[in-house]
Design a protein around this ligand. Sequence first.
Ligand SMILES: NC(=O)c1ccc[n+]([C@@H]2O[C@H](COP(=O)([O-])OP(=O)(O)OC[C@H]3O[C@@H](n4cnc5c(N)ncnc54)[C@H](O)[C@@H]3O)[C@@H](O)[C@H]2O)c1
Length: 335
Amino acid sequence: MRILVTGTAGFIGSHVAHQLLDRGDEVIGVDNVNDYYDVSLKEARLARLTARDGFTEVREDIADREKMAETFREFAPARVVHLAAQAGVRYSIENPHAYVDANLVGFINILEGCRHNGVEHLVYASSSSVYGGNETMPFSVHDNVDHPLSLYAASKKANELMAHTYSHLYRLPTTGLRFFTVYGPWGRPDMALFIFTKRILEGEPIDVFNHGHHKRDFTYIDDIVEGVVRTLDNVATPNPEWTGVTPDSGTSNAPYRLYNIGSNNPVELSRFIEVLEECLGRKAEKNYLPMQPGDVPATYADVQDLIDDVGYRPETPVETGIKRFVDWYRNFYGV
Ligand SMILES: NC(=O)c1ccc[n+]([C@@H]2O[C@H](COP(=O)([O-])OP(=O)(O)OC[C@H]3O[C@@H](n4cnc5c(N)ncnc54)[C@H](O)[C@@H]3O)[C@@H](O)[C@H]2O)c1
């Protein structure tokens, strides 16, 4: 199958592209390789992809309406995995416009490309951050999520709403995946595991927000990739039981689905750091700090729908996942 994947210079997108190529799909990879974080890491991820048969790189901004329309016309992909976005909760406090450009303007360009080119299924990245002020655990896609705490979260929730209108109006099958704190080899330099590893190895102190009491449903990259690919193969369909009298948020009478992908096993930040210290064979010097604006104290994913519909539950324990990250980091940076 010919699959257009956006965000292929990114952490999750590069892994998804490799998995699709491994099974014989053709991948059109769209990314603008922006400098939100270290461009050389993005180029290194891309270099491993462009060296493979079946991968075509398209370097462009998804917010560029004409170019995106042209890319869809030229490659006519059967299915689309949309992972390009301006990510990061904290950055959205200082840089709100970046989220509107990449996550809202970019997203409408993806929807329009799918609509006008007969795409069979659009799978796109949402985020656990949409749960915002919700406190009922585990978080369920059937709960209402109308209280985002950051513009990043609001942009992801907006994507789900925009997708629904296209599923309704044009019968475009769409599936939104709410990712829960993804980590692993080739991970993001703006995320805790990467920052902690770098600083500990440099003998620098680490900032531990919320005094280490945060709980996160940390999800290992291979589990995420497996979930993305299985979901891509499982084209969204209408839920025959859906009713507007008691509207279920996770499904619809249109071909529209939402799933959580999390490990269903929240781990406290302090434990996560302890495992990292064991893997590095060094103790961290810790600056304990209060919670940051826009952050939530805990995330915990109900993944029953994912198990029921695609037969898959993420289950790599942090002890295994962190070790693999550290092995990659030491090897890649030669430390
Ligand atoms: N990593 C996580 O823990 C996590 C959690 C929840 C949701 N997500 C979502 O998953 C997706 C992938 O995240 P990731 O961790 O791989 O992030 P990433 O930043 O590593 O990858 C995103 C890629 O998109 C590209 N990009 C950004 N804006 C673009 C634009 N306007 N045009 C073209 N390319 C653009 C970037 O250059 C980058 O390579 C994102 O949508 C993110 O919001 C990630």
